[in-house]
Design a protein around this ligand. Structure first.
Ligand code: ATP
Length: 324
């Protein structure tokens, strides 16, 4: 491998820049030419490719977003689109590709690597932490810390007014942000896509709290929760408990932005470095780089799929006990 390229694809996640920096600098150190592809697979198809060097990734380790931009690209689902992408790679004699993104990005890379015999490596970059083959994904720790800081602030105002706050955090299919931020902020209830919750049980618990003069309650809801999100939960609660001072706060995209935490910077640096070495050594081609039990682990791209929900039921009991 002499010339490698890196792109970011799908939803952005804080820490992607730290990964790009690690890939460029590791590649340069080992005398590889490193190219950056703008706008994910779309830029690959359109030839938006530029040479990068150590200087072009200076001062980005601490920045959220991705300097390579990201996009979703319909054409890459079709063979013709992928063929055009391959022709661009050939033009630059690129013989190794590193993609940073989620499971969709890995599916694309897997198909591409099979069809055109181009070694691909994947780095899990998604705030949702829902990819098989890794304990953590780039961006999760930052997103969850952003949510924690926001919910702490919400609790201050909830406390001042004796309010019930229903806070919606990101997570369409996976509730890890809700679960972790809920535990870390002492939320009274956490609603996740993985675990159906009866709103009636929450209403009963709120009434029990009221009887013992506990009037401040925080409910953290993942956007993909089966009860329909924070607004729907609030509607049902307001119907049955109209005397509660109930407010909704949807945190939204602030969870995607901001400076990556130390943990995300280190994770991204380790993964980027390992991906380049793997391409050079030719050992783990067409794999995703993960970290399992704090060790780098390689998982074939076709197995680096959305992780099926597996949240230990004991966590829910712990939430109830700790918030009592
Ligand atoms: P996130 O989890 O943040 O949404 P993702 O990588 O899963 O990230 P997707 O939109 O699913 O995001 O995929 C990103 C891009 O990867 C798609 O726009 C498409 O170009 C490509 N892609 C996804 N699935 C496939 C597939 N089955 N075949 C070819 N390309 C694909």
């Amino acid at each position: 491998v002499k010339n490698i390229a890196v792109l970011t694809s799908g939803g952005d996640a804080p820490g992607m820049n730290a990964a790009i920096r690690a890939i460029v600098r590791t590649g340069n150190y080992f005398q590889l030419n490193v190219y950056g592809v703008m706008y994910g697979y779309r830029g690959l198809i359109n030839g938006e490719i530029m040479k990068m060097d150590s200087r072009s990734v200076a001062n980005i380790i601490q920045r959220g977003g991705t300097i390579l931009k990201t996009a979703r690209c319909k054409e890459f689902f079709g063979y013709e689109g992928r063929q055009r992408a391959y022709e661009q790679l050939k033009k630059y004699q690129i013989d190794g590709l590193i993609v940073i993104g989620g499971d969709g990005t890995f599916k694309g890379a897997f198909t591409f690597s099979k069809e055109f015999d181009i070694p691909c490596m994947g780095l899990p970059g998604t705030i949702d932490k829902d990819i098989d083959g890794t304990d953590y994904t780039i961006g999760f720790d930052t997103a969850v810390n952003t949510a924690v800081r926001a919910i702490d602030k919400i609790r201050d105002t909830a406390e001042a007014h004796d309010r019930l706050f229903i806070v919606e955090v990101m997570g369409r299919d996976a509730g890890y942000i809700a679960l972790h931020s809920g535990i870390a902020t002492g939320a009274e209830h956490v609603l996740l896509p993985e675990q159906p919750t009866r709103i009636q049980d929450i209403i009963d618990a709120l009434q029990a709290n009221e009887r013992r003069k506990k009037l401040v309650n925080i409910i953290v809801v993942a956007e993909g929760d089966q009860s329909g999100g924070a607004n729907e939960v609030a509607r049902v609660i307001k119907e049955q408990l109209p005397h509660f001072d109930t407010r909704v706060c949807i945190l939204g995209h602030i969870q995607r932005g901001g400076a990556p935490t130390c943990l995300d910077r280190i994770l991204a640096s380790r993964m980027g470095y390992a991906a380049v070495l793997a391409l050079m050594e030719g050992k783990h081609h067409n794999c995703m780089v993960g970290v399992v039990n704090n060790q780098i682990q390689f998982t074939p791209l076709e197995n680096a799929v959305k992780a099926s929900p597996r949240i230990d039921p004991e966590w829910f009991q712990m939430i109830r006990i700790l918030a009592s």
